[in-house]
Write a protein that binds this ligand. Structure first.
Ligand SMILES: Cc1cc2nc3c(=O)[nH]c(=O)nc-3n(C[C@H](O)[C@H](O)[C@H](O)COP(=O)(O)OP(=O)(O)OC[C@H]3O[C@@H](n4cnc5c(N)ncnc54)[C@H](O)[C@@H]3O)c2cc1C
Length: 436
């Protein structure tokens, strides 16, 4: 077989069943599509890929290329519309097979479907690469568990897909493509992209004892090892969830399993849940009315959204979260919940503008986890309680009792009001000052 391998969210060589399948073909050409749509601004003013993830992605791809070079291969960067870019290659008639990692979601029509229609003589194969379970072992095509608890129960007795080591050789390339250099500017980030950095992080995390207290610390707003920090590498596939679980098991065998080590797996199951949830619900993952088909009572207040995304709300705890996100591309799970609850409940904004802002800013953006969690908080997702409204004062008191987080990330005094105009277009400050 002459195979085109399409890298997506599987930017690694190890534990990559799709790449192992490609390794036994006659010829192999590897590509990654840098979609034009990444750089287009949406109607809320967000761009799908911001500077943090762009840097991380470029580092990950450069590292992947180095790993492939050692096996006699290279990853070619295609630019433009993925459907058109891949179709151009296939039209030349040199390939009889296309392989990629199974995708659980795609906003809009997935080019994969269109390509299969347009090239009926070519074989298209997808493999489970980004999940713990194999699609064939799950039985969710017709009904998906309504809640995470039901999902957990349903997969409780299943075994994970097989862990696969790196192939020791890859076939040579059929064609030479003119390759793009991936340029990034700005200082390095907190996390470095690529499988080696992921492996180093994994080893360092399980080299200490943080996993044994994870359940008590995972909600902290500050602290390097409060949570595992695996998410950026998991999101673009430089790290597989099975690699993480393997190290977790090794840690448990060495230091003993407890509630905290078990909770790491519990959280990885949340990730797993949102992957299959996204696949089952299709476009509803991105729909205003969510998977429950109910439109929330919100509107679009431009000023409120601008203030939220620039950390200028009346709540210092929210401003601190947003400022951290903007500066680093990362935010703890608790911080994400606080910022999202504020946007949905206090500001009464369309949850999708927050989700799309997170998409731009997060270094670990993963459509399934991001939109799944936003839907959960907005009450249009998988939450049996019908949404989450966090009391911001209480959250600050519990999670930032000593003000250390707010002092680090939100030094200035917040404004008293989120709006500068009242509902009748009356300037609020002027009215208060009695000058109107
Ligand atoms: C509004 C909102 C948006 C989010 N957007 C994303 C996103 O784009 N990408 C992303 O990876 N996670 C997202 N999360 C989930 C979670 O906040 C992050 O996975 C976590 O904070 C990453 O840090 P960590 O790796 O240290 O997590 P840990 O607490 O160490 O958890 C270990 C792993 O479990 C998974 N996990 C943990 N919590 C969740 C969760 N609630 N949902 C799904 N998986 C989870 C992640 O893969 C994580 O790396 C979002 C949560 C909220 C509330």
């Amino acid at each position: 077989m002459n195979t085109l391998y399409w890298f997506t969210d599987d930017l690694r060589i190890a534990d990559n069943p799709a790449l192992v399948a490609a390794a036994s073909d006659t010829n192999l050409t590897c590509v990654y599509c840098m979609d034009d749509a990444y750089f287009r601004t949406d109607r809320f003013g967000n761009q799908p890929i911001g500077k943090h993830r762009w840097r991380f992605l470029c580092e990950s791809l450069r590292h992947l290329n180095d790993e492939l070079l050692a096996l006699g291969q290279t990853v070619n960067i295609l630019r433009g519309d993925p459907n058109a870019a891949v179709a151009t290659l296939l039209k030349a008639g040199r390939f009889d097979r296309v392989i990629r990692a199974k995708q659980h979601t795609y906003r809009g029509p997935d080019p994969w479907d269109r390509l299969q229609t347009d090239f009926p003589d070519i074989r298209f194969d997808e493999f489970d690469v980004s999940t713990l379970f194999s699609c064939k072992d799950l039985n969710f095509e017709h009904a998906f568990p309504n809640t995470f608890s039901q999902f957990k129960k349903a997969v409780g007795t299943l075994t994970y897909r097989n862990f696969l080591p790196s192939p020791d050789r890859l076939p040579t390339s059929l064609i030479e493509l003119e390759n793009d250099q991936l340029e990034t500017s700005g200082p390095p980030g907190k996390q470095t992209g690529g499988a080696t950095a992921a492996a180093l992080h994994l080893t360092a995390y399980f080299g200490g004892k943080a996993a044994s207290t994870y359940k008590d610390t995972r909600n902290n707003l500050l602290g390097e090892d409060s949570s595992t920090g695996f998410s950026p590498w998991l999101a673009n596939g430089s790290l597989s969830p099975l690699q993480a679980v393997k190290q977790l098991r090794h840690y448990e065998a060495t230091y003993g399993a407890n509630n905290s080590t078990g909770w790491i797996l519990f959280e990885l199951l949340w990730r797993e849940f949102f992957r299959w949830y996204a696949e089952y619900h299709g476009d509803k993952l991105y729909a205003f009315e969510g998977v429950i088909d109910q439109r929330p009572l919100t509107a679009f207040y431009g000023e409120r959204f601008t203030k939220w995304r620039t950390g200028q709300t009346p709540w210092r705890i929210v401003n601190a979260c947003i400022n951290e996100l903007n500066a680093t591309g990362y935010l703890s799970n608790r911080g994400r919940q606080i910022a999202a609850s504020c946007l949905v409940n206090e500001l009464a904004l369309d949850w999708r503008c927050g989700a799309q802002y997170f998409e731009e800013m997060l270094v670990d953006y993963d459509p399934c986890s991001n939109f799944g969690n936003w839907q959960y908080i907005a009450g249009v997702g998988a939450d049996p309680q019908g949404g989450r409204h966090f009391n911001l004062e209480k959250q600050a008191e519990i999670w930032d009792n000593d003000h250390a987080y707010r002092d680090q990330w939100a030094k200035s005094t917040p404004p008293e009001s989120i709006d500068s105009l009242d509902y009748y277009d009356w300037p609020i400050d002027a009215e208060k000052n009695g000058s109107s």
